[in-house]
Design a binder for this molecule. Structure first.
Ligand code: ADP
Ligand code: ZN
Ligand code: ZN
Length: 662
């Protein structure tokens, strides 16, 4: 009898279908509750999204939930946030919620200890706060005066005191009884920042959320934030989903960083989701960067965001001197010019550090046979196997396939096969030979493969037990290297003419960042860029430290060419064993799109640049519109129809809204 009164629960489950599932449940269950439900032969965890009085399913088919998790129901604004993300990125709601939940809750478990350990009772020294510079003070005042939604771009070079501005704004928010959320890129930046935040707010409870935090800890942090106990949430992109009942401020540091966009599964941009969230919760949001994304800069110059600028360094006065080294008429030695080698020796004599920046790890990008033309290709990907001499392996950077280094050409037997091109390992070896007295340290994803190794490398740099660093962009971010006074850049030109229209934007940001590592203490810094295009506007803008000029030129080009931020894009990607199957699926999807109409441009399906990955052939179809709402409306009806489309069993497809990679 009571069964008839039990409400029907509409539950979001992590299955690849754009729908909710109905269950019977007790009258005490409210939207936001986490429930365990029977599904197929097993049990799944889901979120109750809504209650209904009836169901399309016959009453006797409706199953009852198995259990309700003993956590407070998630708030309405969290459900709404997930629903927005689901709609905007064309991803099933259950999948969004599963990603948004911390690991244990996702599995329907609770951490054994619910409360976070109280921090040790050691009395903390009163935090030292520098007096703010005028521009910093103005920025803090601007950010903390509005109590409503207000987006800010805080533009300032590395060392200009942006973090200090965030910390002051957060302090004000905490004094007013609010919670603050701060997102940083997915790199080993967090430990340093964690320490700085913890030292500044010894009384505050800080929930840390990034992939390096263990499952139980992350789950506790989530529950802490949800209960309103955590004052500050500090984390990487996934922290954007933390429930915060008293949220008053969002900070996105290094907002231009590509790692805010997830590149698999739910392809969301945490930065963009954060802006939605700030609007939804009616609170200010600060996007900070030395090299804002052109999307954000465009918003700031067109008046949608308020632009706050920090124009000088807070500590060291002069920014590094940037020079180009024209390599057109020079025979390079192991890829390095005489000018760069001389500059390195000078640093060695003075007991200062140098960094050679080369954004390519491994020894050489390919092994090749000059006799027959054989090259070391990956049999699973449309890519070459990279030579890793340090551990005597060939390795695919796309799928991880490994092989030994052959002694002779597998095709013709020629024993005289060579690595071609140059990666960090090769540069490290060459520098070691050239400067035998120097202590050379290589920093890339191979040498810093674990947080512990990365920490040890950073320590070595800090305590001065390295003279020359050879590194990738890993080194570019968020670290003070007081003895570093020279940055040499090699092999950067390729990005100037890359097919990806965002490559110059990325290169500019990387070089600004890597240059910003030098001369951060009392010592002046110098950046030498080796190039065959010394007068290229990108390098000229770097020499002049003129981000605005670079951005204006890039935006003009983008507008002319019809690229974002002047158009809005989405990709439909398909992968299958046979390229033809992927292309045929996309072609049929395109036909169905044409039938829908709408003011969007549909391009032809094409194989992706990396057209084979992990033995799957990949193709994509680009959709564009000058209007974001028009694109959104189109995607909603188009993608819904794709789920019903017949496709070969092995075919997978997904949608990437606002794609960063093509
Ligand atoms: P950013 O985040 O822009 O790189 P930070 O906030 O980390 O800059 O500041 C760079 C350095 O300058 C830090 O060591 C910081 O403590 C110091 N600093 C920041 N603001 C001031 C200030 N107003 N007076 C003195 N030192 C400052
Ligand atoms: Zn051969
Ligand atoms: Zn591969």
């Amino acid at each position: 009898m009571s069964q008839a009164l039990d409400p029907v629960l509409q539950v979001a489950l992590d299955v690849p279908l754009p729908r909710l599932f109905d269950y019977r449940g007790g009258a005490e269950i409210v939207p936001g509750s986490l429930v365990r439900v029977p599904f197929g032969k097993g049990v799944k965890t889901g979120v109750v999204v809504a209650l209904a009085t009836g169901s399309d399913q016959p009453a006797d088919k409706l199953k009852a939930i198995e259990a309700v998790l003993a956590v407070p129901p998630l708030p309405a604004d969290w459900l709404e946030l997930c629903q927005f993300v689901s709609r905007y990125y064309q991803h099933p709601l259950g999948g969004v919620m599963s990603l948004a939940l911390p690991p244990l809750l996702r599995q329907g478990k609770l951490p054994r200890r619910l409360k976070a350990k109280p921090t040790d009772g050691e009395p903390q020294a009163a935090p030292v706060q520098p007096d703010l510079l005028d521009e910093q003070a103005a920025a803090v005042a601007a950010i903390t005066s509005p109590r409503d939604f207000a987006p800010f771009l805080l533009h300032g070079i590395t060392g200009s005191g942006k973090t200090e501005v965030y910390l002051r704004a957060i302090a004000t928010v905490l004094e007013r009884g609010g919670q603050a959320m701060m997102l940083v890129p997915e790199i080993a930046l967090t430990p340093q920042l964690e320490g700085r935040v913890a030292a500044r707010f010894p009384q505050a409870r800080i929930a840390i959320a990034h992939s390096g935090v263990a499952d139980a800890g992350r789950t506790r942090g989530f529950l802490d934030a949800h209960a309103g106990h955590a004052d500050i949430v500090l984390g990487t992109r996934l922290a954007v989903f933390m429930p915060l009942p008293r949220l008053r401020l969002i900070v996105i540091d290094e907002e231009h960083d590509g790692s805010f966009k997830q590149q698999e599964g739910l392809r969301y941009s945490a930065r963009d989701v954060a802006v939605f969230r700030a609007k939804q919760r009616n609170v200010p949001i600060v996007l900070g960067s030395a090299t804002p994304s052109l999307e954000t800069f465009h918003h700031a110059t067109s008046g949608r965001y308020r632009l706050l600028e920090l124009t000088r360094r807070a500590v060291a006065e002069a920014p590094p001197t940037v020079r180009v080294v024209d390599t057109r008429r020079e025979k390079l030695q192991d890829g390095m010019s005489a000018a760069l080698l001389a500059a390195v020796s000078e640093r060695l004599q003075r007991g200062e550090q140098s960094l050679i920046f080369l954004n390519r790890r491994g020894y050489a990008p390919v092994l090749a046979c000059p006799a027959c033309g054989w090259i070391s290709g990956c049999r699973r990907c449309a890519a070459n196997l990279v030579v890793h001499l340090a551990d005597q392996r060939l390795r695919c950077h796309h799928c991880g396939l490994e092989a030994g280094i052959p002694r002779a050409c597998p095709d013709c037997g020629n024993a005289d096969i060579h690595p071609f091109g140059r990666g960090t390992q090769r540069l490290e070896a060459a520098i070691g030979e050239r400067f035998p007295e120097a202590r050379v340290l290589r920093i890339d994803r191979d040498s810093a493969s674990t947080p512990a190794k990365w920490g040890a490398l950073l320590d070595a740099i800090h305590d001065g037990s390295a003279d020359i660093l050879v590194g990738t962009q890993m080194l570019a971010k968020g670290h003070d290297f007081p003895k570093l006074t020279l940055v040499g850049v090699v092999g950067a030109d390729a990005a100037l003419f890359a097919a990806d229209f965002r490559a110059p934007e990325r290169l500019f940001a990387q070089l600004m960042q890597v240059g910003g590592r030098s001369g951060r203490a009392a010592l002046a810094g110098e950046v030498l860029i080796q190039t065959e295009y010394p007068s290229h506007p990108l390098y000229q803008a770097l020499i002049a430290h003129d981000y605005a000029a670079f951005a204006a030129a890039q935006l003009a080009e983008r507008e002319q060419a019809g690229f974002p931020p002047y158009v809005f894009q989405a990709l439909l990607r398909a992968e299958a064993k046979q390229l033809d199957d992927a292309l045929a699926f996309l072609a049929a999807a395109r036909e169905s799109a044409l039938a829908l109409g709408g003011s969007v441009t549909l391009y032809d399906p094409v194989p992706m640049r990396l057209f084979r990955k992990m033995t799957l052939e990949r193709a994509q179809l680009l959709v564009e519109s000058a209007s974001r709402p028009a694109l959104q409306a189109f995607l909603a009806s188009w993608v819904a129809g794709l789920y019903n489309r017949k496709a070969p069993r092995d075919l997978r497809w997904h949608v990437d809204v606002d794609p960063l990679e093509f």
